[in-house]
Write a protein that binds this ligand. Sequence first.
Ligand code: UD1
Ligand code: UDP
Length: 383
Amino acid sequence: MKLKKKILIVFGTRPEAIKMAPLVKAFENYQSDFDTKVCVTAQHREMLDQVLDIFEIHPAYDLDLMKKNQDLYDVTSNILLSFKEVLDDFSPDLVLVHGDTTTTFSVSLSCYYKKIAVGHVEAGLRTGNIYSPWPEEVNRKLTGVIANYHFAPTEKSKENLLKENVHSDQIVVTGNTVVDALFLALNKIEQNNSLKQRLALETETVLPNVNLEKDKIVLITGHRRENFGEGFRNICAAIKELANKFKETTFVYPVHLNPNVKGPVNELLTGISNVRLIAPLGYLSFIHLMSKSYLILTDSGGIQEEAPSLGKPVLVMRDTTERPEAVTAGTVKLVGTDKNLIISEVSKLIEDSAYHEQMSEAVNPYGDGKACKRIIAHLKRDK
Ligand code: UD1
Ligand code: UDP
């Protein structure tokens, strides 16, 4: 009897979990072809567990590595050492990692030291600036150096890899699994009335006196390391001024649990009646809130990819983006962390409905919801 290929799917943070969840679920339909297990580094804890719960994923290995206020040295070295033991225990033929986190890079390095093949999901995104996003640009590039399979979400990301001399046979353009996750979540909500009611109730509980159907909501998220310090102070100053200028608008900010984010955001934005600082939301609640928002102000990578599908304008508080497709499509605009630019661009979207409409066209430059199928089909062919 032919042995099944052993595949280990590894992730550690909220966005990786969201984008790998549909792949974990898709592999459940191919148990006769592959022996698949999940390992979480738990670089994130609470924010990771929220996703594991929603998608009902039960990891075979949980390294439980998160420490409060960890730095890049902690995360890199702890994962490298702990993951070695998982490789020894499971001896996978292939390890699948996602994107650009330190989990992604450290796990890939750990595989390289044991000459175990790596498949990189969401490969090939580049800004060309190793300090923006930091350290993600380098995490993604170095993972690309190690990977045997490059699952590129778009033609543009494939081109980036070809320019770095990755062989075209090793690259498969799949679309981004974030769209698979989004469709999975939207379907889950659509098909289940009691879930719909639960989400509405949850939103009412965390956002009392906010009417999602009637109120104008500006949804905010921010967490990038390169924005710590001055960047975050500018962002908060801009939100404060905007909240004062547009008293009828509600600014909802689910605050990331990183103390370098929570600290300044709570200090600078607490006590403003139309700014609601809330804990990170479960993925389904967040998607629901995103779908009810007027615009999104964020420095997140994943949200830049989800919002265009929902037809929501996004202002990105970064100087560069490795996701230029939605900028080209006109639904995403870079505003950096310049206080005045954030204020003027948000104001323009609130005041100029024609401009808002123009940026609200739903586009799907990142995929069609079939990325996971393409990844598995390729691995099946390549067995
Ligand atoms: C990490 C990733 C970043 C990704 C982001 C998504 C790296 C270096 N950074 O950044 O690429 O965009 O996740 O959110 O890989 N914390 C908690 N509970 C949680 C999660 C975080 O308390 O569930 C706090 C802890 O104090 C932790 C700190 O946040 O030490 C930082 O977490 P870390 O994963 O190192 O960095 P992020 O800023 O979350
Ligand atoms: N998200 C969530 N709850 C929140 C905020 C965001 O579930 O309160 C989801 C969001 O829909 C997206 C992902 O988390 O899929 C983005 O994660 P994050 O911004 O932390 O990381 P990035 O994408 O920048 O790496």
